[in-house]
Ligand binder design. Structure first.
Ligand SMILES: [Zn+2]
Length: 460
């Protein structure tokens, strides 16, 4: 089975050229100005279109149980939505309960995904407890299961939070194993104290969520994490950075020569805290942690993204319905399930507002949404670029298409869109995953079980 993508303009993180791409089986085998298709070859016309490497979302939740409810998507719905938005591979978080063995949690997450996702996927391993048995399991998970990134939460007191000594040991283990440690950087004790104060003062509406996690809380979390990463000389990845204060803290560590990568989220680039202040509980749709910030934070994040100081743009996709889930916190913001859906819209929004908005160029766009996540997390060059030998994960992008985002037409299994009514330019016309056509003229056409777990190598 072979596939030819004909006449498109190929855009990678560092190059631009007009060429045909020939794929055999799951792999790109030839790139040249003109390739004549053999008789049985499937041809995708790409004239007038841009061709991107499949996009990679570095931060996704699909199977996500929380203390009060479980996120709505399955891998089938999230994977379809991802592909329709041009994302061909996503990395999901395995999150064991504190009393649970990491290997058992991995089995649970694996079972939820295996044979169920149309898109390719990988896992980050969250660590919520550290002891000798956990260390032994993690060693196996890195060396034999192809999972080479850890996640720690400095936030979520008495739930996901790790102690300082656990953090220290986890970073040391990660360095020895060649894994990278991702952190949710907010001071758990401060959040807990502020939450209690607000709730007992009767400040219970969604808008008060912000004041339970002000930028200072994120700034402290960022410094705290990077302080321990420096002690262990371990590579560090800041998840979902939202504020100028945390950005400055991270850049200070970068300035000292620490190996630090920064991720922001599409919602931090496009939305601000006024959304979480919408009346009639509407603000609950926008409650997440860290919270949406000020307009000034948004512009600082765009500048850092353009300069490459922010490496990646993810979604932290976390789909909870407005009716029946977000409204668990109608009388108390601390009970609102945290998170926004976005796996379907990330690329379109970044193209419309980033590239067409004149904030980043096409190469930085591809880099931040595909190449850089693939490089940092060990998927490159299989994913994240267009080259001979890479997986044939390709997006033929129609740059002129115009549409409107709506929960009525999106494919994520969630009853609202944070971007309801927003105008979009550009969409994925054709999407392939390892040589298989999954999206045709903007419609899902692939088998729902096409996706595979992609194992990764330690970075050493
Ligand atoms: Zn997350």
């Amino acid at each position: 089975m072979s596939l030819l993508i004909q006449g498109g303009e190929l855009i990678t993180a560092s190059s631009r050229s007009r060429a045909d791409i020939y794929c055999e089986g799951e792999t790109i085998t030839r790139i040249a100005a003109h390739i004549t298709p053999p008789p049985d070859c499937e041809v995708l016309p790409a004239r007038g279109c841009l061709v991107f490497p499949g996009f990679v979302d570095p931060h996704v939740h699909v199977y996500l149980p929380t203390p009060s409810t479980t996120a709505k998507d399955t891998h089938e719905s999230a994977g379809k939505a991802a592909l329709l938005g041009g994302t061909t591979c996503y990395i999901e978080f395995v999150i064991p309960a504190r009393t649970e063995e990491p290997r058992d949690a991995l089995e649970t997450w694996r079972a939820a995904a295996a044979g169920r996702s149309p898109a390719d996927y990988s896992f980050h391993m969250a660590i919520t407890r550290y002891d000798a048995s956990v260390a032994e399991q993690l060693e196996h998970i890195v060396s034999s299961e192809g999972i080479t990134s850890f996640k720690v939460h400095l936030a979520y007191k008495d739930y996901l939070e790790v102690s300082d000594s656990e953090l220290y040991h986890i970073l040391g283990l990660a360095r020895r194993l060649g894994a990278i440690t991702i952190a949710h950087c907010e001071n758990a004790a401060a959040v807990e104290l502020l939450r209690r104060q607000l709730v007992s003062a009767g400040r219970r509406a969604p808008r008060w969520h912000y004041y339970s996690r002000p930028p200072e809380v994120e700034e402290e979390g960022t410094r705290h994490f990077l302080f321990f990463a420096a002690l262990q000389q371990a590579p560090a990845y800041i998840a979902h950075l939202s504020s100028r204060a945390a950005l400055a803290a991270a850049m200070q560590a970068v300035g000292k020569g620490q190996r630090v990568w920064i991720e922001t989220l599409i919602q931090f680039l496009l939305l601000d805290k006024s959304y979480a202040e919408l009346p009639d509980f509407e603000g609950a749709k926008y409650v997440m942690s860290p919270p949406l910030r000020e307009k000034e934070d948004r512009s600082a994040l765009w500048s850092a993204l353009a300069a490459g100081n922010i490496s990646t743009v993810g979604t932290d996709h976390a789909p909870f319905d407005f009716h029946g889930q977000k409204d668990l916190g109608r009388d108390d913001f601390t009970r609102i399930p945290n998170g926004l859906p976005g796996i379907e819209e990330r690329v379109k929004l970044l193209y419309t507002h980033g590239v067409l908005g004149g904030r980043i160029d096409l190469h930085r766009f591809v880099d931040a949404a595909s190449t850089r996540p693939a490089r940092i997390f060990g998927l490159f060059p299989r994913k994240g670029t267009i080259q001979v030998g890479a997986d044939a994960d390709l997006v033929v992008w129609n740059p002129d298409w115009q549409g409107t985002i709506s929960a009525a037409t999106h494919h994520m299994n969630v009853d609202y869109s944070p971007y309801e009514g927003w105008k979009i330019t550009g969409r994925a016309e054709y999407v392939t995953v390892r040589g298989r056509l999954m999206v045709e003229k903007g419609r899902f056409v692939g088998p729902v079980d096409h996706g595979r777990f992609i194992g990764r190598n330690p970075s050493g």
